[in-house]
Design a binder for this molecule. Sequence first.
Ligand code: SAH
Ligand code: SF4
Ligand code: F3S
Length: 446
Amino acid sequence: MTDTQRSTVYIETYGCQMNVSDSELMLGKLTACGYDSVPQPDTADVILINTCAIREHAEQRVMGRLGEMKNRMKRGAVLGVTGCMAQRLGAQILERARHVSLVIGPDGYRELPELIDSARAGLRTTATEFDLEEHYEDFRPRRFEGVKAWIPVQRGCDYRCTYCIVPTTRGPERSRQLADVIREVHAVVESGMSEVVLLGQTVNSYFDGRHGFADLLRAVGAVPGIRRLRFTSPHPNDFSPEVIRAMAETPAVCEHVHLPMQSGSDRTLRRMLRRYSREKYLECVAELRRAIPGLALTTDIIVGFPGETEEDFSETLSAAQEVGFDDAYTFKFSPRDGTPATRFPESDRVADEVASDRLARLIATVRSGSRERNFGALGQRYEVLVEKPARRGGLLQAKTRDFKTVMLPGDQSLIGKYLMVELTGTTGSTFLARQVTERLPLPISA
Ligand code: SAH
Ligand code: SF4
Ligand code: F3S
């Protein structure tokens, strides 16, 4: 290899948007240090697997993928494991997979180029210290998508939900300075994007020492060129009246909130240490809906949490029906080592068949509600932002402000553009649409 030849890196990302954003930061750092990104691991000089530890299944997938890499990576390539599983398992990964030479947790990416150099020289390293000051402010992310930008505004989590590994893998909560976030938003607009998604584990508890989440929403929404502003995931307890007012008064804030409910049973919510009751969650929903007409709601729900009875589960079903979620990410409880939920008595364990059955019933309930609403939306007109080619049918995939997924015919030059469309069909979950040129009729009350 000559000195002028650049090295190559392949990054594969698992888990949540925070991990996607971290991968973008890592790629930015490595590109600045002489690496080119390649789309396949086979030829890469450096392979990074950015991992998730949220459920057992997520970790099993990564272990399988690491096994596969053994045969696929070229001779002399460096294989690194980053992210939440790296943080959780640390040096154990080096013991379990001899072909891995780097294990780096979410706060260790600053040293990435140096650690890779040492791995190339034959060293095997684990870097899993938390750094409460670390926001990678001087990194310039290399974004994977060109239409909307993920912007981390907070790292870590100070809640202690009893099922959750995230506080262990990401450490204590800390927020970026508002001015740094705004600087990044300006850069995003300059690069041609008009939608941003603010990221944090409990993003609406954002506090940089002087500014809260309401200030952040107003400041981001005021950046010229920002047309759509989203955030994920908020915690119901952190929706103060000021935050809700800022949402309602900031035109860029989209009419969609992803509001994890986890359970509709007070007993289960208490045992999960979610710090709200069913009633409080429903009140939060009602307040959001009062302030933001046409608000769409999506959620996360866990079934089969230790001790969950059929009665508890039926409370979850009824809460889901009462809210009428537009979509729900539903999970079977997965015990994570070291979390409080693993210390409930064995007799509390919910059998896998029972959990599977509840999961199926929950999915059916959420779907039948959203299906009905989606059929009701046919014929209506929406503004969409075209995001990418759809997977099938030579169509384009676009999103409404309220997070409906819409497929429409058109050529790729429309990607990144805003269009008015009329919904013409639905599978029950996604929509087909045609572009319309007419303007929306004025509302009758106007
Ligand atoms: N910070 C976010 C959640 C991040 S994890 C929040 O508080 O809303 C994403 C989702 O994974 C959670 O909302 C939860 O529904 C699910 N989850 C987390 N730990 C889990 C576990 N041990 N088993 C099953 N699902 C889990
Ligand atoms: Fe996990 Fe709860 Fe923190 Fe979300 S709020 S990351 S579920 S501990
Ligand atoms: Fe997974 Fe870590 Fe996100 S555990 S869900 S990648 S914060």
